[in-house]
Design a protein around this ligand. Structure first.
Ligand SMILES: [Zn+2]
Length: 85
């Protein structure tokens, strides 16, 4: 048995964590996800991480995303030229 919060391993006859006072689980959720939420909530950083992971998983989407960023950048430059002076 494991504590989902502090990830301490307990013997089978234990049902709650002595430190966190929460119910133990048979299996721990994936380590990465839990560690991230333990560090504190970073909405922007979390979103960037998720986006990067999404791009890594979907290579096809990555160039569309790059194209989109490029188009936005070009539009921004055009806007600067028109309204900048
Ligand atoms: Zn615990």
């Amino acid at each position: 048995m494991f504590c989902p919060k502090c990830r301490t391993e307990y013997r089978k006859d234990f049902t709650t964590c002595a430190d966190c006072e929460i119910s133990l689980v048979e299996e721990l959720p994936p380590a990465g996800e839990h560690k991230l939420s333990d560090k504190g909530f970073h909405p922007i950083r979390d979103q960037i991480d998720k986006t990067l992971e999404f791009i890594r998983k979907n290579q096809k989407v990555s160039w569309i995303f790059a194209l989109l960023v490029g188009v936005i950048f070009i539009l921004y430059m055009v806007m600067l030229k028109i309204y900048g002076h």
